[in-house]
Design a protein around this ligand. Structure first.
Ligand code: UDX
Length: 458
C-alpha cells in the first residue's frame, strides 16, 4: 500500500504519521520545503514547531525513513500510489464561504501529474479537509480534465480534536468513507483495515455528499449544543440567585441522551473549526434557499458569549475599566494548546482595550508566543498596551481585575495567588468557572463574577 498525503498541516501530519504506524509506505508532501526539512530531521523540537500534538513526534521518529517519508517534490511519489489524501487548508472568506483557492490549485497540479503517470492501476484520491458539500464531485472534474484514467474520488472527513488527535486517529469513534465506486471503497477499506469490523468503531460507507455533510452537521451540532448551554442554562443562572448551574448541568446530563461534553458553560467556543464551519454551512444553506435562523442563532450566541462578561462587570459589579489594569489568564482557544485561532481572548482583550484599560497583563502556559503574533500593534495599535508574563502570579500583580478566558487546569488553584497578589475588592471575572473555592474569596472581600452565576459582591 503506497499512500501520499498532500499537505502536512495538523490534519495531514497526524494522518501520515498514524498510517505509517500501520506499516504502509507513506509520503507526506508539502510545498513548504522548510517544514519538509524539519519533519525529515525527526527531531521533536523541529516537528513540534509546526504541529504540537502529544505522541506525534515520537511516531515520526520511529517510522521515519522506514515507512514514513517527506518531500516537496510530488511527481515521483504520485507514481505507483494507491491512495492520495488531500489535507489542505480551506480558510473562510469574509462572507463566510469557504476559500477553495489553494485546494483547486493543488488539485490542478495533481491532475497534471496523474495524467502523465506510467502505472495505470487504480488510484483513489481522498479529500480529508472540511469542504462544502459537493466538493468531491467538483474535484473529480478537475482531476480528470487532463485525461487521467482509472481514478476515483472520495470524501473521508477527519474529526480530530486538538490535544487528543493522535489517540483519536489511532482509535477513532467513526470512519466515514464517501465513494461512488466499489474499487475505491476497497482501497479505503485496506487503508483502514484495522478499523473495519472493530467492536467500538463505526465504519460508515456512504456517498461523497453524505460524508461531507456528516462533518458539517457534526461540528455545527456541537457548537449549537454549547450555545444552548451558554444561551439558556448560563443565562438563567445569571438571573436567578439560587439557581446553581453546576447542579443543573449534572441533573440534566444524567440523562444518557444528553451529553456532558459541551455542557461546560464558557465565554465562547473557539478553535479552527466551529466558527468557520457554521458560517460555511449557513452560506451553503442560503445558496440552497434554506432557512438558516437556527444556525445563525447558535453562531450569534457564541460570538456574544466571548465579550458579554465585560458588560456584566460594568453593569452588575459597577466596575470602571477606564484607566485600570487587567490580568487575562488563558489566551489559546482551550487548554493544552498554543492555538490562537478564533480564541475568545482576542475579543476579550480588544473589548478591554476599547473600554480604556491602560494595561493588559496576559499569561498562557503554552500560547504566549503564538499570542504575541496575533496581538501585534500592526493589527491594532492598542495592542501595545499588552504585556506578556510567564506566570499567573506575575500577571495578577498590580492589576485591578482578572479575566479567566480559558480552561487551563492550573487556573483551578488561582485563588491562593489572587489572595497573595491582589487586595480586595479586586474583581475576578471567570469565563470558565475555574475557581471551585470562590466562596472563600467572597468571604475575604473579593468580587466574583462568573459565566452562569449572578454577580457575587462583598
Ligand atoms: C473540534 C471538534 O471537537 C472536532 O471533532 C473537530 O474535528 C474540530 O473541532 P477542537 O477545535 O480541537 O475540536 O476543540 P474542542 O475540544 O471540540 O473545543 C472547542 C471549543 O469549545 C473550545 O473553545 C472549548 O473550550 C469549548 N467548549 C468545549 C466549551 O466551551 N464547553 C464545553 O463543554 C466543551
Amino acid at each position: 500500500m503506497k499512500i501520499v498525503v498532500i499537505g502536512t498541516g495538523y490534519v495531514g501530519l497526524v494522518h501520515a504519521a498514524v498510517c505509517s504506524e500501520f506499516g504502509y509506505e507513506v509520503h507526506g508532501y508539502d510545498t513548504d520545503a522548510g517544514k519538509v526539512a524539519d519533519f525529515s530531521s525527526g527531531r521533536a523540537e523541529l516537528i513540534e514547531k509546526h504541529v504540537n500534538e502529544p505522541g506525534l513526534s515520537s511516531i515520526i521518529r520511529e517510522t521515519l525513513g522506514k515507512y514514513l517519508f517527506f518531500t516537496s517534490d510530488l511527481e515521483p511519489v504520485v507514481e505507483g500510489a494507491d491512495a492520495i489524501f488531500l489535507c489542505l487548508p480551506t480558510p473562510p472568506k469574509l462572507d463566510g464561504s469557504t476559500d477553495l483557492g489553494i485546494y483547486k490549485k493543488s488539485a490542478r497540479h495533481l491532475a497534471e501529474l496523474l495524467s502523465g503517470r506510467k502505472d495505470k492501476r487504480r488510484v483513489t484520491v481522498i479529500n480529508k479537509s472540511t469542504v462544502p458539500i459537493g466538493t468531491a464531485r467538483m474535484l473529480e472534474g478537475i482531476l480528470t480534465q487532463d485525461g487521467a484514467e482509472n481514478l476515483g474520488v472520495c470524501s473521508n472527513p477527519e474529526f480530530l480534536a486538538e490535544g487528543t488527535a493522535v489517540a483519536q486517529a489511532r482509535v477513532p469513534d467513526r470512519v466515514v468513507v464517501g465513494c461512488d465506486h466499489p474499487e475505491d471503497f476497497n482501497i479505503l477499506g485496506r487503508v483502514y483495515a484495522q478499523f473495519r469490523n472493530h467492536v467500538r468503531i463505526k465504519y460508515i460507507e456512504t456517498t461523497p455528499e453524505t460524508a461531507e455533510g456528516i462533518k458539517y452537521i457534526a461540528n455545527t451540532m456541537l457548537l449549537t449544543y454549547i450555545s444552548f448551554w451558554n444561551g439558556v442554562g448560563a443565562k438563567l443562572g445569571e438571573k436567578i440567585p439560587n439557581l446553581d448551574i453546576d447542579a443543573l448541568r449534572v441533573g440534566v446530563t444524567a440523562d444518557d441522551r444528553i451529553s456532558t461534553w459541551g455542557s461546560m458553560v464558557s465565554n465562547g467556543a473557539g478553535g479552527s473549526c466551529f466558527g468557520k464551519d457554521i458560517r460555511s454551512l449557513i452560506y451553503q444553506m442560503r445558496g440552497l434557499g434554506l432557512d438558516t435562523k437556527m444556525l445563525e442563532s447558535s453562531y450569534e450566541v457564541n460570538e456574544h458569549q466571548k465579550v458579554y462578561l465585560i458588560d456584566r462587570a460594568i453593569n452588575e459589579a459597577g466596575f470602571n475599566f477606564n484607566n485600570s489594569s487587567v490580568a487575562v489568564l488563558g489566551l489559546a482557544f482551550k487548554q493544552n494548546t498554543s492555538d490562537m485561532r478564533d480564541a475568545s481572548s482576542i475579543e476579550v482583550i480588544e473589548a478591554l482595550l476599547s473600554k480604556g484599560v491602560k494595561k493588559v497583563k496576559a499569561y498562557d502556559p503554552l500560547a504566549n508566543e503564538a499570542a504575541k503574533a496575533v496581538f501585534t500593534p500592526a493589527n491594532n495599535v492598542l495592542f501595545e498596551k499588552i504585556e506578556f508574563l510567564d506566570s499567573p502570579k506575575a500577571a495578577i500583580e498590580d492589576t485591578d481585575a482578572l479575566f479567566i478566558s480559558s480552561d487551563c487546569d492550573e487556573f483551578r488553584g488561582i485563588s491562593a495567588t489572587i489572595e497573595a497578589k491582589a487586595r480586595p475588592p479586586y474583581l475576578v471575572i471567570d469565563g470558565r468557572r475555574m475557581i471551585p473555592d470562590y466562596r472563600e474569596l467572597l468571604e475575604k472581600g473579593y468580587s466574583y463574577l462568573a459565566v452562569g452565576s449572578t454577580a457575587l459582591l462583598p
